[in-house]
Design a protein around this ligand. Structure first.
Ligand SMILES: Cc1cc2nc3c(=O)[nH]c(=O)nc-3n(C[C@H](O)[C@H](O)[C@H](O)COP(=O)(O)OP(=O)(O)OC[C@H]3O[C@@H](n4cnc5c(N)ncnc54)[C@H](O)[C@@H]3O)c2cc1C
Length: 414
């Protein structure tokens, strides 16, 4: 039976991350956004709390907690700013999941462990200039030469690409086979040679406190031992990574809705017009009621997807649905929060405009709003169903956690 109740450990973990994010991250976000300068210490700060490996077993260097713990972390980080959540979700949700789910035991020890321990930062390189929603159109090629592959191509819009030590990159090993010819590679910056170069993309509309990179692959070297899954399994690897990535985006979006609700309630209780709090005005109440409704829906949807992941079941439909509904809710909440604040909301003094700009990114990445709509329709119409994948996520607990959730965070932050 589905059980969405949070344990005391989960609640304690959320409170610890909330306090940490308010103290350590929030003060720097407005300036990072204004100057479009990502915090170079962000990942180290997240690592100081044990977050990079929060949902991975301790035998792979993780904290031994579960997917709900990762969801709570995403929600609390995005409550402060979506850029903080993006750093965690591309690392833990997109990059590390691929190795955990599709890597061999040797790869989990050699490649997942440094990611989970926060000693290496990961990113996810799928999108290309001519291959976004149409993933199967990708052109980056991987050519085998003895014990290595040479990667040639270009990736764009890669979150944290300039900071990442490990880049999970998708390339074709057999262009004639389309999607069936795609393979996944963990590119180690330290081993890739001069053929790997990254550079920041400037002038973004939102998520300005997050790094977004172009990745140039001009004969970048990858040991054959770093191919994740078999040749030709890259599309399946990418899609299962996106299941976890969308879960992170969905749980993060709940944080935006809650942040917008909290700032709107606070303002509506202190701003007076015609001698009364604007919170007494029905049309203002309508906006606040919508945020309150959407927060509960958003929270329930990501919890359901997390519960499925914990029990080792496929969550493709539920993660995609949560991502679609929650990111739309976040955009609506940010727009309404700005409106509740009147002209104040239109200035940099109020964070609502930043939340609105950030929320637009979440309607685009990890499957656009339109793609999620198509997926929802196809599931409903029976054109699509979730078959078991060759490498399912292990049910949680994959091992007994040696420490409670609260202890991990508290010990690491102390
Ligand atoms: C801030 C940011 C960070 C990102 N981070 C990453 C990252 O870390 N790694 C990574 O690999 N990528 C990343 N991306 C890229 C992102 O995943 C792509 O932008 C996204 O998949 C859409 O691709 P596209 O931009 O090429 O749009 P297109 O695919 O060209 O889509 C254009 C329009 O057509 C619509 N459309 C396309 N196909 C369909 C369809 N079948 N049915 C209906 N409508 C359709 C789309 O919804 C959209 O409105 C990031 C993007 C942004 C903005």
């Amino acid at each position: 039976m589905i059980d969405l109740a949070l344990s005391d450990e989960h609640r304690q973990l959320a409170a610890t991350i909330r306090d940490f994010a308010a103290r350590e991250l929030a003060p720097g976000v407005p300036e990072a956004d204004r100057s479009a300068t990502p915090d170079p210490e962000l990942f180290a700060k997240l690592a100081s709390l044990g977050l990079p490996g929060i949902c991975y077993p301790q035998r792979y260097g993780g904290a031994g907690l579960d997917w709900i713990a990762l969801g709570l972390a995403c929600e609390e980080l995005e409550y402060v700013d979506a850029s903080c959540r993006t750093a965690l979700s591309v690392h833990a949700g997109l990059c590390a999941t691929g190795i955990y789910q599709w890597g061999t035991e040797e790869q989990r020890q050699r490649l997942l462990r440094p990611l989970a321990e926060g000693r290496r930062q990961g990113c996810f390189g799928l999108t290309e200039p001519d291959a976004g929603s149409d993933v199967q159109a990708l052109r980056t090629q991987a050519v085998r030469e003895g014990d290595a592959y040479r990667l040639r191509g270009q990736k764009v819009w890669i979150s944290m690409g300039d900071f990442a030590d490990y880049l999970l990159v998708f390339a074709t090993t057999d262009p004639a086979r389309g999607g069936h010819g795609m393979s996944a590679f963990l590119v180690e910056r330290a081993l890739a040679g001069p053929g790997l170069r990254t550079e920041p993309m400037k002038g973004k509309y939102g998520l300005r406190a997050s790094d977004t990179a172009v990745v140039y692959l001009d004969d970048a070297l990858v040991p054959a031992a770093n191919r994740i899954g078999e040749e030709g399994e890259g599309f399946k690897v990418a899609m299962s990574c996106l299941d976890s990535g969308r879960f992170c985006v969905a749980s993060g979006a709940a944080g935006t809705v809650r942040a917008c609700l909290d700032m709107s309630v606070a303002y509506a209780r202190q701003r007076h017009v015609q001698g009364q709090e604007i919170g007494r005005l029905q049309l203002v109440q309508q906006m606040i009621a919508g945020m309150s409704r959407d927060y509960d829906i958003a929270r329930l949807l990501w919890l359901r997807a997390g519960w499925l992941k914990n029990s080792g079941q496929r969550s493709s439909r539920e993660s995609a649905l949560a991502k679609w509904v929650n990111t739309e809710a976040a955009r609506r909440a940010a727009d309404d929060a700005l409106q509740v604040h009147g002209a104040t909301g239109f200035s940099e003094e109020c964070p609502a405009a930043r939340y609105l700009r950030n929320s637009r990114a979440t309607l685009i990445y990890e499957g656009t709003r339109e793609l999620q709509t198509v997926l929802a329709a196809e599931y409903a119409l029976g054109y699509r169903s979730d078959r078991p994948v060759r490498r399912a996520l292990p049910p949680w607990p994959d091992e007994e956690p040696a420490v409670a959730a609260g202890d991990v965070a508290v010990a690491a932050s102390g």
